[in-house]
Write a protein that binds this ligand. Structure first.
Ligand code: ADP
Ligand code: MG
Length: 461
């Protein structure tokens, strides 16, 4: 290995391994100047950096440099001002340069042309329905709602990080995306990402040697919103990377917003250093809405859909789904769909019929079942669904199946992708978003989904 290359590798290692402020303050932009007598000569920005590196950071940097070089080395730091012509390198941090090189080397032109354009990054998509004005506020969650709103209006100046926690279907994702919407409206780069996607992105980046681009993507956000952070607990390399992302953003005064299904103190496999970072901000919870709030939410949905919802029906539904707004939504949708299909009036009898047939989702339904029902419903085979062919019909069936899997199983995006023939998690997310959007206007689609769900739930308790 050439000494210059060894330094480049060590530099990117240092970026990961040193704490963020140290790296940014003392090492960012450090330049390889030469190698002689087992000593790496490194140019740094100013005498303070030289002092720090020559003393406090010396052992750490030498250890990493020696590991990369494969033999023990010494270091000599010198103050070095790059010649004006070379200042290009300053605008392009090393990782970007490396990423460029990697991109240039790894992909002959004809491959670039043959491959279809990548759709917009799905993690940057927000659901337009998840906004503050569609979040019904009640006494129990008012404080949390207001905290989220003030974070959205004054990012990085009040509560950083802001962490929301609460049970399934209580509006965590809804509030996170509401914050993201407001930030984007104000021209900020708000990146919303489920933590499982963050993890998989990282794994992909490591495999494809594009960690530099990965970092660039997350560390250049003005506001980073990571959903379902409980899924990174126990995953060491993800926590490591997230810790550094967190520190970078925090150091540069960027807002971080997190959602978890429980309080960080209950995330037992979460590293302590992350836990204490989380605790350094504001932690708020969401409680299940009480009866009156459930009614208010139902009324809002009915109004939006132009459905006349008698009070008795609303009360019947609100009595059934007590702890989870997502379940409330599922029941509401199913009742509305049933009246539309059967052309019956929306009354307590219909509601009761649906409730009698309604089974709590998400427990016993396997991905294999979802594949099976989706295939049957679309008149294709499971092999077609999981295979490579991309006719319009198959593509749509696949998207619907993925959406359904997301709704009725507890499988993660990567698991769903795997079940559907090894497709990328981003494809799954894109499919789910696409179908969710189509559902707004496509009655036929909605009925189809209801029918498939009904089939999946039959015979379960
Ligand atoms: P979580 O992320 O906590 O599991 P979500 O944010 O996905 O829950 O919420 C589930 C569904 O319930 C979403 O459709 C969301 O819009 C809706 N919802 C939850 N809480 C409220 C609320 N207070 N007002 C209106 N809709 C809500
Ligand atoms: Mg959620």
């Amino acid at each position: 290995m050439k000494p210059q290359d060894a330094w480049n590798i060590a530099y990117s290692q240092l970026e990961i391994q040193l704490d963020r402020p140290s790296f940014e303050t003392w090492l960012r932009g450090a330049t390889f100047l030469g190698f002689e007598d087992d000593t790496f000569k490194i140019g740094v920005a100013n005498p303070y950096a030289r002092e720090m590196l020559q003393h406090r950071l010396y052992r750490d940097v030498r250890r990493i440099m020696s590991d990369v070089w494969g033999a023990r080395v010494e270091l000599a730091f010198e103050v070095y001002k790059p010649p004006a012509a070379a200042s290009d390198g300053e605008d392009l941090p090393l990782f970007r340069l490396l990423a460029r090189q990697a991109a240039a080397e790894s992909e002959p032109l004809h491959q670039k042309v043959a491959r279809p354009a990548r759709p917009d990054l799905p993690e940057s998509e927000l659901n337009p329905r998840l906004t503050f004005n569609r979040f019904v506020v009640n006494a129990a969650n008012r404080m949390t709602y207001e905290a989220a709103l003030s974070v959205a209006e004054h990012p990085a100046s009040l509560y950083n990080p802001f962490l929301l926690y609460g049970g399934v279907g209580l509006g965590k994702t809804h509030l996170l995306q509401s914050v993201a919407h407001i930030c984007r409206e104000r021209g900020l780069r708000a990146v919303y990402i489920p933590s499982e996607v963050f993890t998989n992105d990282l794994v992909d980046a490591i495999r494809q040697k594009t960690t530099a681009m990965f970092r660039d993507k997350y560390r250049s956000a003005d506001v980073l919103l990571v959903d379902d952070i409980q899924f990174i607990a126990g995953k060491e390399s993800t926590q490591e990377e997230f810790f550094h992302t967190f520190n970078t953003l925090y150091t540069f005064n960027k807002q971080i917003v997190l959602a978890s299904d429980r309080h960080p103190s209950q995330l037992h496999t979460l590293e302590d250093r992350l836990r204490s970072r989380f605790a350094g901000g504001l932690i708020m919870d969401l409680q299940p809405p009480e009866f009156e709030t459930r009614l208010a939410i139902l009324e809002m949905w009915a109004r939006e859909r132009g459905v006349n919802l008698p009070r008795m029906v609303a009360e019947t539904i609100a009595n059934r789904a007590r702890t989870n707004v997502r379940e409330l939504e599922g029941i509401f949708n199913q009742i509305v769909a049933t009246t539309q299909i059967s052309k019956r009036a929306l009354n307590v009898h219909v509601a009761q019929d649906v409730l009698d047939g309604y089974r709590r989702p998400r427990h016993h339904i396997t991905l294999a079942r979802v594949l099976d029902v989706t295939a049957r419903y679309h008149g294709v085979s499971v092999a077609d669904l999981t295979g490579p062919r991309r006719t319009q019909k198959l593509t749509q069936a696949r998207q619907i199946g993925m959406y359904l899997a997301r709704e009725v199983t507890q499988a993660s995006l990567p698991q769903i992708g795997e079940a559907f023939g090894g497709r990328a998690h981003s494809t799954v997310l894109h499919s789910c978003n696409k179908i969710a959007e189509d559902l707004e206007s496509d009655d036929l689609l909605r009925r189809g989904l209801e029918a498939m769900q009904k089939e999946l739930f039959t015979g379960l308790d």
